[in-house]
Design a protein around this ligand. Structure first.
Ligand code: DC
Length: 220
């Protein structure tokens, strides 16, 4: 039985926080597809390739073997056998991932992997094209968003809590740019699937959003 939950939305909407909590409560696997695009971006950066070098990206991406496994309930991304979890959250990788995720070969390869994971067991999967492309038959589809100012502030507070120096207006500009790239690319742009439920978390707590998504699950 397909009991998959698809959560799409723009950067900083809180998808991974919400998806992780749902995975714990519903005892299903959480699949963070953004981490796979990030691992691919790291691979390409290591080859000296830039975000706009489409032909080089297409030629090299097949050499990246990306798999995921789980350690203590946490998703671990393996890039050619190396655990790269600690290396994929930098600004450089974010920027590269936003560019390289627009490449058709990259998407084809990673979508195949994501579909294989969801075919094996029930998942809650987050990304940009899960409801529209990866799991069009997901039992629950959510489009999770929040105002750009709210998303920027959340990211700012997260970075401050980690002791990182940051500038709120820079973060906001960066989020706007990523939204633009993700929403206007030719292949699988970020958009709400027709049958997805829109949740705007601007004025909602994490638990409210989790409850709202779980409320959409009609099975036990
Ligand atoms: O969710 P994230 O910030 O970790 O995603 C990193 C990049 O990957 C982001 O620019 C969008 C892209 N992405 C995508 O194109 N499709 C997905 N299913 C997930 C992420």
């Amino acid at each position: 039985m397909n009991h998959n939950i698809a959560i799409d939305g723009p950067a900083g909407a809180g998808k991974s926080t919400i998806a992780k909590k749902i995975a714990q409560k519903r005892k299903v696997i959480y699949v963070d597809t953004g981490a796979m695009y990030r691992a691919m971006a790291l691979f390409l950066l290591r080859q000296g390739i830039g975000p706009q070098e489409t032909e080089k990206i297409s030629a090299k991406c097949e050499e990246a073997d990306i798999t995921i496994c789980y350690e203590n309930g946490e998703q671990v991304v393996l890039l050619n056998g190396e655990n790269v979890n600690g290396l994929i959250r930098t600004e450089e990788v974010s920027h590269m991932a936003s560019g390289s995720s627009a490449n058709p070969q990259v998407r084809k390869k990673l979508v195949r992997l994501q579909q294989a994971l969801a075919a094996r067991e029930d998942v809650v999967m987050d990304g940009r094209d899960i409801g529209t492309c990866v799991l069009p038959d997901a039992a629950v589809k959510v489009y999770l968003t929040a105002g750009v100012g709210v998303r920027a502030r959340r990211r700012y507070e997260e970075l401050l809590a980690r002791g990182e120096v940051c500038d709120l207006s820079e973060i906001e500009k960066d989020i706007e740019e990523r939204d633009r790239q993700d929403m206007t690319r030719e292949i699988s742009p970020l958009r709400q699937a027709e049958d997805a439920v829109l949740i705007d978390s601007s004025n909602m707590s994490i638990d409210d959003v989790v409850d709202a998504v779980i409320g959409l699950c009609t099975w036990k």
